[in-house]
Ligand binder design. Structure first.
Ligand code: NDP
Length: 636
């Protein structure tokens, strides 16, 4: 099998890099390096200054919830007609909440295990989750599609591009639903409003906005980590007389065009977009093309690396041997987790930074300091180097030097989601596009006519909110429903001082409930990878419970506390990094101390976490789980 996707080999890329490398040997903090073109101390100071400008006392509170006056921001623009059906009170073995990749993977793995009584509940009109909602022009996957799209081999499918566009990902979601018969019993356009454990029935009772009171032996919550849009709590946000929408509910009726662009409805219009995160980066080039004038309101610039998208090479696709996707996912995950690999199969911007790190260590040879501190310093150096490259890229592409300067990000690459795009920076060379950089302050206020930033009013016909999704708020608020457990306690009450789980999946007092989320679990750059591992784990437990006749499976307080301790202990290694970062959702908007250690992802990393889950399953028992009602011991 070819090592890469047939376009550029790893050794070619590394060779180019080595050739570009500077000559002469010096040392910095004990790391042997070749001569630097930047001053690490000065960069540290610059990063600190830029961070301090942005830290706000109100942290997550700066955003407003999309409810009440703002609830129209989450209406579904993609359904033709509301589904009519009678309320349901039936009994299902497993209810899965959410029809995105998490829910689909849970459904698929349950089917693989022979579990037939499964229902997916989804608030959208179809499967797809993130990819159902995010249809903004230019939306495409950010992680290589051969790694990111789940179940490719199972569906015998190879995506058409290295980074496929949203419509293809949505179609793949539907294909998974078809392949695993998950449409059969699914409820779309249905929002869960509450869930309560009925101990007398040994069932979860799931209430919805359609009057349902469904019963289920088990529930898996695959709500998604980034699905509840957030809006900036800015003065006057209700005053604007023009048109507004959030990127995750793109209003094509207003803009015209479609996911591939052609926004003809914006001709003659002055459009403002607030936010310059991964979403804005993808849609700005299309807005720039469609609108008469586009104003991009920036608080913090994103890091924009090369995308280099390309069609899939059919010969390469035909050459793929069984097991190729798992191998590729594991290789990518290892590299972005900092584990050296003999080959870089994906070979893109995500793995590039790790390549630079390994190159530095290689250069140091026998003198390399492989202690955690030494590796940390080498990593920081590689990061500086990478970000210098990113800043240089902005300078080289953007004609106006002032705009180019404003587009340079001053923080370590993984403080914010790194972005990759080949047209975003070019958009600022168009005469109709203005970057309104607020130097970390954000916009001042919204008026009936437009936006005030840096004391200047920009009259607008339309404001697009590319302001992202809730992350640091309570789980139940983000889920949109409260969960009441066996002891009458809600999940919000139980987690008031921080998450309490085993493996991020089970919580004591909530029997037969599975949580699919990154909290207290192993985060990876390719989020579906984590969801896939959790889905396999959950299906294993459900199968075991059903096969053994068990009625309840609940984590013991001891096992839970042990895991919480481990998560807190492991998070110590990531805290200094998060504290030094510019605010964003990765570091709880600059307040990483607040419940952060306990609510963090597993600090040992995803590889270790996946191994812990696999070893746990291999025991053949369910260690740490209290099982009632089982009549048989064996695992099916
Ligand atoms: P983000 O949360 O990343 O970005 C929100 C933007 O809004 C930031 O630029 C933020 O600035 C800005 N903002 C917030 N408040 C204000 C204000 N008052 N004034 C001015 N600007 C403001 O949201 P996105 O939707 O861009 O991305 C969310 C996540 O979704 C990504 O991180 C990624 O994980 C995922 N995603 C994935 C994609 C893919 O795989 N293809 C594509 C798009 C998104 P500041 O940075 O200063 O806070």
């Amino acid at each position: 099998m070819p090592l890469t996707d047939g376009h550029r080999s790893v050794s070619q890329r590394r060779t180019t890099w080595v050739r570009l490398g500077r000559t002469g040997i010096s040392t910095f903090d004990g790391v042997t390096i070749d001569e630097l073109t930047f001053d690490p101390e000065a960069l540290r100071e610059k990063y600190r200054l830029e961070r301090d400008k942005r830290v706000r006392a109100d942290g997550n509170e700066q955003y407003v919830e999309v409810s009440g006056d703002f609830s129209n921001f989450v209406d579904d623009p993609y359904i033709d007609a509301a589904i009519e059906r009678e309320p349901l009170t039936d009994d299902t073995d497993v209810i899965v909440i959410g029809g995105g990749f998490g829910g689909l993977l849970a459904g698929a793995r349950l089917r693989d295990r022979g579990v037939t009584s499964v229902r997916l509940i989804e608030k959208g009109g179809d499967f797809g989750g993130t990819w159902y909602w995010n249809r903004y022009p230019g939306a495409m996957c950010d992680v290589e599609s051969y790694v990111y799209l789940p179940l490719l081999e199972e569906l015998d499918y190879v995506p058409t591009e290295k980074y496929v566009h949203a419509a293809e990902i949505l179609a793949h979601s539907r294909a998974i639903g078809e392949h695993y018969d998950l449409y059969d019993n699914a409820c779309f356009q249905t929002e869960v409003t509450a869930m309560r454990w009925a101990d007398d029935e040994q069932r979860w009772i799931v209430s919805t906005n359609r009057g349902d009171e469904m019963r289920a032996k088990f529930v898996a919550m695959a709500n998604g980590p980034l699905h509840r849009p957030k809006l900036p709590g800015i003065d006057g946000i209700n005053d604007f007389a023009g048109h507004t929408f959030h990127t995750s509910r793109w209003d094509y009726a207003y803009t015209g065009g479609g996911p591939d662009g052609g926004l003809t409805g914006l001709a003659g219009k002055r459009v403002g977009i607030i936010g310059t995160g991964a979403t804005a980066v993808q849609c700005v080039p299309h807005l720039a093309e469609g609108a008469d004038e586009l104003f991009v309101f920036q608080r913090t610039p994103s890091s924009i690396d090369i995308r280099d998208n390309r069609p899939t090479d059919p010969e390469w696709a035909a050459s793929l041997a069984p097991g190729w996707q798992t191998e590729r996912m594991q290789n990518f995950n290892a590299l972005v987790s900092g584990q050296p690999q003999p080959v870089d199969l994906v070979d893109d911007g995500w793995t590039d930074i790790i390549g630079k790190l390994l190159f530095r260590i290689q250069q140091a040879g026998a003198d390399a300091d492989l202690s955690p501190d030494g590796l940390g310093r080498a990593m920081e150096l590689a990061d500086f180097e990478k970000m210098e490259e990113i800043r240089l890229r902005a300078q080289e592409i953007v004609d106006d030097p002032r705009t180019a300067e404003s587009l340079k990000p001053w923080y370590r690459q993984f403080c914010k989601r790194p972005c990759f795009h080949d047209d975003y920076l070019d958009a600022y060379n168009r005469p109709n596009v203005t970057l309104v950089d607020t130097d970390g302050r954000g916009i001042d206020r919204i008026t009936a006519d437009g936006i005030i930033a840096n004391g200047t009013e920009y009259p607008l016909d339309c404001i697009v909110f590319a302001t992202g999704f809730e992350v640091g708020t309570d789980y139940s608020r983000r889920a949109g429903y409260e969960v009441t457990g066996r002891l009458g306690e809600t999940l919000t009450e139980k987690w008031a001082d921080g998450m309490e789980t085993l493996h991020g999946i089970h919580s004591h007092g909530f029997p037969n409930l599975f949580i699919m989320s990154p909290g207290q679990a192993g985060f990876t750059v390719s989020f579906p990878h984590l969801l896939g591992e959790q889905a396999t784990h959950i299906a294993h437990i459900v199968d075991h419970a059903l096969a053994s006749g068990a009625t309840t499976v609940e984590v013991t307080p001891d096992a839970e506390q042990e895991w919480v301790r481990t998560v807190i202990e492991k998070s110590r290694s990531t805290l200094p990094f998060l504290e030094s970062c510019t605010p964003g959702y990765y570091n709880n908007e600059g307040q990483p101390q607040k419940r952060a250690a306990q609510n963090s992802t597993y600090g040992g990393g995803s590889i270790e976490y996946f191994q812990i889950l696999a070893d746990w399953r291999d025991t053949g028992t369910l260690p740490g789980l209290h099982v009632t009602g089982a009549t048989q011991q064996r695992i099916r």
